[in-house]
Ligand binder design. Structure first.
Ligand SMILES: O=C(O)CCC(=O)C(=O)O
Length: 281
C-alpha cells in the first residue's frame, strides 16, 4: 500500500489524531473542483441548512457514493485513498462525502463534536473511520476554519447531545479537554487537506468575513468495520481507486459526469436527531 505519508507523519497522526497535507491538490485541480461545485445547481438545491444553536445556519450537501465526476475522482484517487489506508492500516471504503458550503457572512458554526458521535448511531462498532477535509476556498480564522483538539481522539467516544440541529459533544468534557489539549486552527490554502480520526474533537466558528469557506470532506470506513445494521450511509462497498491524473482529466471533461445523488439529509439522517436535547439549553 503506498500513500503520501512517511513514518514520522504516521506516528504524528497516531499521537495527534490528525495530520495536514499541504498542497495535496494542485491549483489546477482545486480550481476545477471549485468551479464544478460552485456552478452545481443540484448541489446548491440539495444543501441542507442546520441550525448551529446560536441562530446561524450551516449549509452542507452530502452524497453516499463517490460517482464518476470530479467529486468522485477526488474521493477515489490513489493519493487520498491509499493515504487513508495507511492511517487506518486496512482496506477502506467510501462512507460518504460532503461539501460544507460556509458562505460569506452567513455561514454558521459547527458545535464541538466527534464524527463518531454521529456515526456511532449507524451500527459502527469501532471508530475506525477517517475524514479528509480538502480546502476548496482558503480557510482561516476569519472565515471559520476548522478547529481541532490535538490528541482528543485518545479520549474515546464522548457523549453527544442535540445542539441546535447538530450533534454536540458533552460540553463539560470539552471544557476540561480544552484545558489540557492544544487547540489547533486548521488554516489552509485551497488544495491543502487535513486527515482526522473519527474521535478527534473538532468544531468551527461562523463565517463573519466577506470570503466563502467551502470545503469538501471525504469520509472512509475500514472494510473490516462493516456496520451491523442499516443506516443512511452505506455498508461495505468496494472502492474502485483511480489514478491521480483522473482529477484533471475528468475535471476538464464532461461536467455532467459530476452528477452524484445527493442525500436528503432532512428526511434520512437521524443520527443527530436521535440524541436528546441538553437540559440547560
Ligand atoms: O466544515 C466545518 O467547519 C466542520 C465540518 C465538520 O465538522 C464535519 O464535517 O464533521
Amino acid at each position: 500500500m503506498s500513500g503520501v505519508f512517511d513514518p514520522g507523519e504516521l506516528s504524528a497522526y497516531q499521537r495527534d489524531g490528525y495530520i495536514f497535507k499541504r498542497g495535496l491538490f494542485s491549483v489546477e485541480e482545486t480550481d476545477l473542483l471549485r468551479t464544478a461545485a460552485k456552478s452545481d445547481k443540484a448541489m446548491d438545491a440539495a444543501a441542507t441548512a442546520l441550525d448551529d444553536g446560536a441562530g446561524n445556519r450551516v449549509r452542507l450537501s452530502l452524497w453516499n457514493h463517490p460517482g464518476d465526476g470530479i467529486y468522485g475522482m477526488v474521493a477515489r484517487c490513489l493519493r487520498v485513498v491509499d493515504s487513508v489506508e495507511q492511517l487506518i492500516g486496512n482496506e477502506v471504503y467510501h462512507y460518504h462525502s460532503k461539501m460544507i458550503l460556509k458562505d460569506a457572512r452567513t455561514g454558521g458554526a459547527w458545535a464541538w463534536h466527534q464524527d463518531y458521535g454521529y456515526w456511532y448511531q449507524n451500527g459502527l462498532l469501532f471508530p475506525d473511520l477517517c475524514s479528509v477535509m480538502i480546502a476548496v476556498d482558503p480557510a482561516n480564522r476569519e472565515n471559520g476554519c476548522l478547529q481541532l483538539l490535538r490528541g482528543s481522539h485518545h479520549m474515546g467516544r464522548v457523549n453527544h447531545v442535540l445542539s441546535g440541529e447538530q450533534a454536540g459533544a458533552d460540553l463539560e468534557r470539552v471544557a476540561e479537554a480544552e484545558k489540557r489539549l492544544e487547540l489547533v486552527h486548521a488554516e489552509m490554502e485551497a488544495g491543502d487537506a487535513v486527515f482526522f480520526h473519527s474521535n478527534t474533537l473538532h468544531c468551527s466558528g461562523p463565517n463573519n468575513s466577506d470570503n466563502p469557506r467551502w470545503a469538501m470532506v471525504c469520509c472512509y470506513n475500514s472494510a473490516a468495520n462493516n456496520p451491523y445494521k442499516e443506516s443512511h450511509h452505506p455498508g461495505y462497498t468496494p472502492l474502485s481507486k483511480v489514478d491521480d491524473s483522473r482529477v484533471v482529466e475528468v475535471g476538464l471533461g464532461n461536467a455532467a459526469l459530476s452528477a452524484v445523488e445527493f442525500a436528503k439529509i432532512d428526511e434520512d439522517d437521524h443520527s443527530a436527531k436521535l440524541l436528546t436535547e441538553t437540559a440547560e439549553d
